[in-house]
Design a binder for this molecule. Structure first.
Ligand SMILES: Cc1cc2nc3c(=O)[nH]c(=O)nc-3n(C[C@H](O)[C@H](O)[C@H](O)COP(=O)(O)OP(=O)(O)OC[C@H]3O[C@@H](n4cnc5c(N)ncnc54)[C@H](O)[C@@H]3O)c2cc1C
Length: 504
């Protein structure tokens, strides 16, 4: 019989942020050495350049001390490390424009950086690119609580925006584990997906307008708040997902959906992956319009996270777990639907055991485990993480294959993700980086994904880690057009070099 069991309170949320590195052993190898990259022919920053930046930003917002700059050079997964000597912290679009115009003239390369939660090495430099950290462009400009249009600066932290719009009966259309640190501008620049894309769609749908600065300092104003605007090319889409290679996003207008009046969460144990798929099919037809998330995690994802971060797992051990959430407008109606669904699927055997709850703290406790799967992977270990799209029926096949291929060379291989979007995250945890394992994983994972017509990056982007694998997902003709667009918008190639586009 299905039982509603007690959920435990869970310690404060763990979100990655710019951290202080206290010991040399925590500092990763330089990306240029680890991945054998050659520096491109850019100028190097001179004392005169630093003086110019100080004249625009003031002394305080130009960081040049090694200790101050270090954490901005390292990505949160501690996979990549750049060698930048300068971090700039503009506070306005005009300052971004002045900096880029100057860098373009001087052929100084620039790495735009948001909350630095990206997982493909896009947010940190590879060599001595200037880090343009956008965290101080963090003001809300306007909110229309009738249309749901929020206009804000790029450096607003996603969670803070969500807290703000909730006071006006709205929610942000995206939610991800890094919400306490990532910026809306970083989300837009990576076309972030997250936990509720299934319900609220991706950012190409919900971003209404963008203001961005091109490499030469020109400000492109597409900051409309209209739902409909068919006047020529839809330029905002160029900046969504281009990972800082085509321009620096400075302002975003985004549509916020109404805050649901009723939210319910189910956390279920399932016997095998085939049953996870059947459960998803059933949830879509039984819960229809109220289904807001359908996530899956295998046993190792949940058990290792619970163990490493000391988070109690609210249900006992199962081969697979499903987190299902509903957003609706009528609590009684939604609960009745969910209970009927549960009763049926307990009887059918698709759900072995689980819990449902509408209590915010209990729902948060379950989301905490799910959202901490990735951060738990880097506690005292080295993490290889892949983010792929696959046809539903083949979604989990690669995990057992990888376990067999890697054997005892690694600690764990596990899979979890946004199954409702066909998006699998593959985590491979090992004591430390070894080239042997790296070569067993890449390009093998991408070849397998490509053979199934999947995508080598579902939502994290290409960044620094995947340009040389992009051909597994992008045709030569499409890559050619991408290069032409890059040349048009950034002829000197100063914006986020070594990222997204492979060398010709
Ligand atoms: C615990 C955890 C969970 C995560 N879950 C998800 C998830 O569910 N879905 C998902 O899609 N991602 C997820 N991510 C990855 C990451 O959080 C997202 O990619 C996020 O959108 C990055 O935002 P950011 O502000 O940290 O950007 P950064 O990491 O700083 O930058 C990412 C890229 O965008 C560029 N960029 C940043 N700001 C700007 C700007 N203003 N203008 C131009 N370029 C810019 C950078 O140059 C870089 O290429 C997760 C990460 C963590 C740590």
């Amino acid at each position: 019989m299905f039982k509603v069991i007690k959920l435990y309170s869970i310690p404060a949320r763990h979100t990655p942020s710019l951290v202080k590195y206290r010991s040399a052993s925590q500092i990763p190898q330089l990306s240029s050495e680890k991945y054998k990259v050659k520096r491109k022919d850019f100028s190097t920053v001179q004392a005169n350049d630093v003086n110019y930046f100080k004249s625009v930003l003031g002394e305080d917002r130009v960081l040049t001390e090694e200790d101050d700059v270090l954490s901005f050079n390292i990505d949160w997964i501690r996979n990549c490390r750049g060698q930048s000597k300068v971090v700039l912290k503009p506070k306005s679009t005009e300052e971004v424009s002045q900096i880029l115009s100057y860098c373009n003239e001087r052929r100084l390369a620039v790495c735009p950086q948001g909350g630095n939660t990206g997982v493909v090495g896009g947010s940190v430099p590879v060599f001595d690119e200037i880090i343009l950290n956008l965290g101080l462009l963090n003001k809300v400009i306007s909110l229309d609580d009738i249309s749901g249009a929020l206009v804000c600066e790029t450096g607003c932290v996603l969670e803070k925006l969500d807290n703000y719009v909730r006071q006006h009966g709205l929610i942000m259309p995206l939610d991800l584990g890094a919400k306490g640190s990532c910026h809306i501008g970083g989300n837009v620049s990576t076309n972030a997906g997250g936990l509720r894309l299934l319900r609220y769609g991706n950012l190409h749908g919900s971003v209404l307008g963008i203001e961005a600065v091109k490499a030469d300092g020109t400000v492109i104003d597409c900051l409309k708040t209209l739902k409909k605007d068919n006047t020529g090319y839809h330029l905002k889409h160029l900046f969504i997902g281009s990972e800082g290679t085509l321009g620096v996003v400075t302002k975003v207008a985004i549509h916020c959906p109404a805050m649901p009046k009723a939210v319910t969460l189910g956390y279920f144990g399932v016997e095998n992956f085939e049953k996870v798929l059947q459960l998803y099919k059933s949830a879509k037809s039984s819960l229809g319009e109220i289904l807001s998330a359908f996530e899956m995690a295998d046993f190792d994802s949940i058990s290792s996270t619970a163990r490493i971060l000391n988070l109690p797992n609210p249900i006992s051990d199962f081969p697979f777990y499903v987190i299902l959430e509903t957003h609706g407008s009528d609590e009684d109606h939604d609960k009745e639907k969910l209970h009927r669904f549960l009763t049926n699927e307990m009887k059918s055997g698709l759900i072995l055991d689980g819990t449902i709850t509408s209590e915010p703290s209990k729902m948060q406790a379950v989301w905490n485990i799910r959202e901490n799967i990735a951060p738990a992977g880097i506690v005292g270990t080295y993490l290889f993480t892949f983010d792929v799209s696959l046809p539903m029926k083949n979604y989990y096949e690669i995990i057992p294959k990888l376990r067999q291929r890697l054997g005892n060379k690694v600690n764990l291989v596990f899979g979890f993700g946004h199954i409702g979007d066909g998006n699998l995250h593959i985590n491979v945890v090992m004591p430390e980086y070894t080239r042997e394992v790296a070569e067993l994983l890449e390009p093998y994972v991408f070849e397998e994904v490509s053979a199934l017509q999947g995508s080598i990056s579902a939502e994290h982007g290409v960044g620094f880690r995947k340009p040389h694998y992009i051909h597994y997902s992008k045709d030569r003709s499409a890559l050619g057009l991408m290069r032409q667009i890059k040349t048009l918008m950034d002829p000197n190639g100063i914006l986020n070099p070594y990222k997204v586009l492979p060398d010709e």
